[in-house]
Design a protein around this ligand. Structure first.
Ligand SMILES: [Zn+2]
Ligand SMILES: [Zn+2]
Length: 240
């Protein structure tokens, strides 16, 4: 009996969402899979939100990305932030479900295929140290590490830091969200050589207005990054 088979006798694989028995590790059962809104088909090239019609290889932008400043180049998301995807994102963020980073990394890796470039540096959106202390881990850094590993790209969890405490983005208007995070990030001096003239893949768990991604992108450009693409586990729909 192989090691894998022996482990399955001890720990039968379970659905990562509901705990139901499944046939392979780190998978969703059929019911949870159907309730998890994976993004497929034609998407906005800047934020990854699904768009109606069109060919999947067409380059298109959503209404938001045509009207709101998006300093980064391309962007993708793996899931829409609703139903079971919302539950999984919240479990990763607040529920000590660090194990979810592994399957989420696979979904992110798949969604990121059109925007990955050789030599990219993978960087998470940072938490402020005080929130990191309370939460013990940065869920965005777990995701960026998983994506970097699957893509064979270099990962730097502290290429960006929060230069000031911003409080939560929850409950703010779109303009309020943008104002709240202006100049909130910087590349620390010790990481400047790593970022300079580099293509960056910036990773976060959720994209709502895009304000956080925009502020983090500006900080990377201030440190002379060559290009920035963004990748979110889940995209909040405008009217969702
Ligand atoms: Zn399930
Ligand atoms: Zn968009």
């Amino acid at each position: 009996m192989g090691m894998q088979a022996a482990l399955h006798l001890l720990y039968p694989p379970q659905c990562i969402s509901c705990g139901e028995a499944v046939t392979s590790d780190f998978g969703l059962c059929g019911t949870c899979w159907r309730e998890t809104p994976f993004i497929a088909g034609l998407v906005c090239d800047r934020c990854g939100v699904p768009l109606p019609g069109g060919e999947p290889d067409e380059t298109a932008l959503c209404d938001d990305c045509m009207t709101i400043a998006r300093p980064w180049g391309q962007g993708r998301a793996a899931l829409m932030y609703r139903d079971n995807a919302r539950r999984l994102v919240l479990a990763l963020k607040h529920g000590d479900r660090m194990d979810l980073a592994r399957p989420a990394g696979v979904w992110l890796h798949r969604a990121a295929q059109p925007i990955l470039r050789p030599g990219m540096l993978v960087v998470p959106v940072p938490l402020h140290w005080s929130r990191l202390f309370r939460r013990r881990y940065n869920q965005a850094a777990l995701l960026s590490k998983a994506v970097a590993g699957l893509s064979s790209l270099e990962h730097c969890p502290d290429a960006l830091i929060r230069s000031r405490h911003t409080g939560t983005q929850d409950g703010r208007t779109r303009d309020g969200r943008f104002a709240n995070v202006t100049d909130a990030f910087k590349v620390p001096a010790k990481r400047a050589p790593l970022v300079e003239d580099r293509d960056i893949l910036l990773v976060d768990d959720v994209m709502t207005s895009g304000a956080t991604f925009a502020a983090a992108t500006e900080a990377l450009y201030q440190a002379n990054a060559r290009s920035v693409c963004i990748l979110a586990l889940a995209r909040v729909a405008k009217d969702g």
